[in-house]
Design a protein around this ligand. Structure first.
Ligand SMILES: Cc1cc2nc3c(=O)[nH]c(=O)nc-3n(C[C@H](O)[C@H](O)[C@H](O)COP(=O)(O)OP(=O)(O)OC[C@H]3O[C@@H](n4cnc5c(N)ncnc54)[C@H](O)[C@@H]3O)c2cc1C
Length: 338
């Protein structure tokens, strides 16, 4: 049965006619998988009056854009989207189907997998193809203490979700799009859910964290609300954002949205400074894409020292005020120089 299925598909999520970055990131990853399998990379684009995005998706690597365009699909609703996707999968039989683990992706992918009678691996941090051509889906398991590789040997498509920011966005190369229209009649058959109103929430602090070039993260070792002020001051001096480990968020020194790691945000800054953080795997999976990691920890045996670029064995209360002073002094010098 598996031999009837070919191609890698990526769900290219758009919200309010804006392509979400995670779809583009998955196209980059999908390209690598498709290359290893010597097969086509398809992007699934669903919405209303969204056809213009086909060029963009092609520029980010899609060989073909499968387009479902209908007023019934303008705003995301689980039922019509699932029906359209189910029909498309039955007709075109992709071997692999990837979704971003966004609010939409985590709602849509499980229902579709259940309808198709296949498996789904949620929140993968790595994807690859094994020597038998199967999708190797890596997820942290047992509280992140080991990495599990999941395969779906008997059913197709092989489905996975990946959180935003885990994979890098590929380079954009302008190419001519090939578009295949999908049957949307099933979307128009009505749905139990009607959207009465859409309320746009102000941008949460966590979103800025995901885009920041500099992040200063504080952990349990910071020790209290008052000391947390040093983490915030260093982040401000560097023009960066503040992140936290779970214990720091649990203590209320930082908000839930600022938590980094397996159950929090995945960040990819140029510089991550970890203060009073031991380096638990559940935290480090959220920072593994940072360009440079600096750790300040007073315990030379802290596991974080094995995974970073620059380590300072010190009490952060001695080091951080001096760092802030130095950064502010240089800033003032730069400003004075115009
Ligand atoms: C299913 C599951 C999911 C999880 N998800 C996440 C997640 O998404 N994100 C996350 O962060 N955690 C997560 N955790 C928790 C994770 O396992 C760790 O417990 C947590 O990351 C540890 O946080 P920490 O480094 O702040 O604290 P600790 O491990 O307590 O480390 C504190 C560090 O501070 C140092 N220190 C103490 N005083 C000072 C000082 N004065 N100066 C300098 N250094 C000092 C200590 O040497 C120590 O290394 C999860 C756990 C589970 C089981």
């Amino acid at each position: 049965m598996a031999k009837d299925y070919r191609g890698v598909w990526v769900f290219a999520e758009q919200r309010k006619r804006r392509l979400q970055d995670v779809g583009l990131e998955l196209l980059g990853e999908g390209r690598k998988l498709a290359h290893k399998m010597d097969t086509e990379l398809g992007a699934i684009l669903i919405g209303y009056q969204v056809g213009a995005f086909a060029e963009e998706l092609t520029a980010y690597g899609a060989d073909k854009v499968y387009l479902a365009d209908s007023p019934a699909l303008e705003v995301y609703r689980n039922e019509p989207y699932t029906r359209v996707l189910e029909r498309a999968v039955m007709e075109h039989k992709p071997e692999i189907l990837l979704f971003g683990a966004t609010a939409t992706g985590t709602d849509l992918a499980p229902r579709l997998a259940a309808r198709l009678g296949t498996g789904l691996t949620a929140d993968c941090i790595q994807l690859d193809i094994d020597e038998q051509g199967r999708l190797l889906q890596t997820v942290p398991a047992f509280g992140g203490n080991l990495m599990a590789q999941v395969i779906c040997p008997k059913h197709r498509p092989q489905m996975a979700t990946v959180r935003p920011g885990v994979m890098g966005k590929p380079e954009r190369k302008a190419r001519r799009a090939v578009v295949q229209a999908l049957d949307t009649s099933v979307a128009e058959q009505g749905a139990a859910v009607r959207v009465l109103e859409t309320v746009v929430m102000p941008e949460e602090r966590g979103a800025a964290l995901e885009r920041a070039d500099v992040v200063v993260g504080g952990g349990w070792g910071v020790g209290g609300h008052q000391e947390w002020g040093l983490v915030v001051r260093l982040a401000n001096a560097l023009g960066g954002e503040v992140g936290a480990t779970r214990p720091a968020a649990d203590e209320g020194w930082a908000s839930e949205e600022q938590m980094i790691g397996q159950s929090g945000k995945v960040i990819r800054p140029q510089l991550y400074i970890a203060i009073g953080i031991s380096g638990a795997i559940q935290h480090m999976v959220g920072v593994q894409e940072a360009k440079i990691i600096v750790a300040i920890n007073n315990n030379p045996a802290a596991p974080i020292f094995k995974e970073i670029d620059i380590g300072l064995v010190a009490d952060f209360k001695d080091i951080v005020p001096r760092l802030i002073e130095e950064v502010e002094r240089r800033r003032a010098g730069e400003e004075a120089a115009g």
